[in-house]
Design a protein around this ligand. Sequence first.
Ligand code: KG4
Ligand code: ZN
Length: 418
Amino acid sequence: MIILGIETSCDETALALIETQETTQKNSRPEKVAPLKYRIIGSLVHSQAELHSAYGGVFPTLAKREHSKNLIPLLHKLLNESELNDIVDTNIKNPQQKTLSDKDFETKLSELTKLFAEKNPDLMATIGDAHFLKKIPKIDMIAVTEGPGLEPALWVGINFAHILSKFWNIPIVPINHMEGHIVGSLLQSDKPYGTWQELKELPLPAVALLISGGHTELVNIESGFKYSILGQTKDDAVGEAFDKVARLLELPYPGGPHVSRLAYEAREKNIATPVKLPRPMINSGDCNFSFSGLKTAVLYALKKAPTYDKVPGLVTPDDFKAGLAREFEDSVAETLDSKLRRAIDEQSAKAIIVGGGVSANRLLRERFSKTATEYGIPIFLPDHHVSGDNALMIALAAAVNNSPHTVNIHANGTKSLV
Ligand code: KG4
Ligand code: ZN
């Protein structure tokens, strides 16, 4: 089965194509099922971060306009690069069915214009000239992020999925963005495109810590890929806190990597932390988080704390900022790690997944890996180029959802997601 993934929940316009392998073997032992086999045909991500940096954060109307403008060119590129049009669909015997006639194209276009011209004029403006859509590619399913995310941005992807579904007559599967991040941590993206591979085996129950610009969640994953939320942020997401602190420290958007780099330098140079920041909700006795107060504490530190020349270990004004970034990152790491440990204990988890853009953070990766070692359980961290938003994870989540072979029960009674 070939799946097209569409992701537009925030400021990345992303499309991906994967192929999954159906197992032809009859399942004689239902408790032992074949792992999900897939290959990546292509994956493209167009980041708008530079455009949004002028606003210090994602500007929803701009994101909507950019997604609308970018989707058709990106799809054209993906189809050309993947040479999907050359993949012969043996089910279609009649070559006429592989293309839409000019008349059919115009009829569908006018129906779609009625539906979407008012809601999404920028997107519809790109469709009329997209004659490549007449050639029907061998795609069996469209997986699109339905949420959570920025409403105006999400709708562009969903509308686009509807448009393609109408032209090509293929079904749409709505995918939860956070589930995408979970599956994204299980893919082996270091293999060259086109290589058949398997999703990494995930022992269950597992705990997923999802940390992104919009979410901070601890999720329990049971057999059959069933989720329950164990805890979440009461206010700002952790990525949002990184971005806001970056702004306070006059660093560019998206701020996470910049704050992290500064904090890393501070540790390398042994720059002292000018103040002790709070570890929010660390003793709350649950798996919830709060990061808005931490950001405010950084603001107060910048306004009220003794200046750099009054703090031993600080030599320049920049040292003050670096020390503060270090302390902020330490606070985030300590808080997230303590809640992660609580979730593992509560669920007797057999594995950890970390997903979402913030999972690119070096200190956090090291800290969670140490925790996993202490518990003697595996940790699944996304490869760097799939830690941010992408459509590969969305297409794969659809494959996992749609697959009859997602849960593997081992001889020793443990289950794993494959
Ligand atoms: O998952 P993602 O790409 O988009 C959302 O779904 O929100 O996450 C983006 C967030 C941003 O807040 C960005 O600053 C943060 O991930 N981020 C980082 C790092 N790289 C990206 N935060 C801390 N350290 C990093 N290295
Ligand atoms: Zn995300």
